[in-house]
Design a protein around this ligand. Structure first.
Ligand SMILES: [Zn+2]
Length: 159
């Protein structure tokens, strides 16, 4: 197994989740006092009866966080900048996965060496372009996530 180190520099959008929950069923002991009665999401129990108390197993509704999958919202048009750092578990970073008209970002998508002179970098111009070029996607994101903020910066991440 190899780990691929990735760099992204440019405009991206930071989304935070709404504190929403939905109900998911877990198969487990129906007796509330039993230690095998599910109180949070856990692997389904096996069989028709509880292996501890003998009571019938059944579907127990559990409240879980409802976090929309960005793929269901924007498809492939934006890619997710992955983070395995627990400090980032409540944010979602998305960056352009396609080039659109007027893209001011330098081309450095290959695996070659990079020397990028940033003296004339214009983050505001790139953020303005991103807002316009991906207006449709940002509108969809704003309907689903709690906050949607266009940012500009550097990410190093691993895939
Ligand atoms: Zn039981």
């Amino acid at each position: 197994m190899s780990v691929h180190k990735c760099l992204y520099l440019g405009p991206y959008v930071e989304c935070t989740y709404k504190p929403a929950t939905r109900v998911r069923d877990v198969w487990g002991c129906t007796l509330p006092e039993c230690k095998r009665h599910p109180k949070k999401i856990q692997p389904d129990a096996e069989g028709k009866f509880c292996s501890t108390c003998g009571m019938a197993n059944g579907k127990i509704p559990i409240q879980v966080n409802d976090r929309p999958d960005r793929y269901d919202v924007v498809g492939d048009e934006l890619f997710q900048i992955e983070s395995s750092d627990p400090a980032n578990k409540d944010v979602l970073w998305l960056a352009p996965n396609v080039r659109r008209k007027g893209d001011p970002r330098p081309k450095w998508d290959d695996d070659g060496e990079i020397h990028l002179d940033l003296v004339n970098a214009n983050p505001q111009q790139e953020m303005d372009w991103f807002e316009k070029a991906f207006a449709k996607e940002l509108e969809k994101l704003r309907k689903v996530y709690a906050t949607v903020t266009v940012c500009w910066g550097l990410h190093q991440y691993f895939m």
